[in-house]
Write a protein that binds this ligand. Structure first.
Ligand SMILES: [Zn+2]
Length: 151
């Protein structure tokens, strides 16, 4: 079969264009995937930051499986809570948006050694006194507000 030079160049040019086009498309796909990944990552980070900044934090003091006290943690709030049980006593010091057990007559002193906690989900345990001090996030209403911000 005979193809003259002009036809060949035309044909070659089309093939070449198609190849470049395909490469561009692949590159565009990769870029789109990267953008989606970046946006998703940024979205998660923003949600996380929004959750930390706008979400309320509470300290829950549980003694022998029962909620003893629940207080909202704010920067300015400070209180010393003394818990007396048959097992002994603990002094819980809530301050600067966090909490710690400053005094206890328990045998292991793990609760006092745990020190200051101020992050959601963190917990101080005094096993001998069956006492838990836990930081929890806000209620369901607060969670909805965080979701609305992130959308
Ligand atoms: Zn203890």
């Amino acid at each position: 079969m005979f193809i003259d030079k002009t036809e060949y160049i035309k044909y070659h040019h089309i093939v070449y264009s198609k190849t470049v086009g395909a490469e561009n498309l692949k590159r565009a796909d990769i870029i789109i995937v990267l953008i989606i990944a970046a946006v998703a990552a940024a979205g998660m980070a923003v949600t996380k930051i929004a959750g930390m900044e706008s979400g309320k934090k509470y300290v829950e003091i549980t003694v022998e499986g029962r909620l003893y006290k629940k207080v909202e943690l704010t920067k300015g709030y400070s209180e010393r809570v003394k818990v007396e049980t048959d097992h002994g006593h603990n002094i819980i010091y809530i301050h600067d948006g966090g909490v710690q057990i400053v005094e206890s007559d328990c045998r292991d002193h793990i609760c006092v050694d745990t020190g200051f906690i101020d992050k959601n989900g963190q917990m101080i345990v005094c096993l001998p006194h069956k006492l838990y001090v836990k930081i929890v996030s806000g209620n369901e209403k607060d969670k909805d507000e965080i979701d609305a911000v992130s959308q």
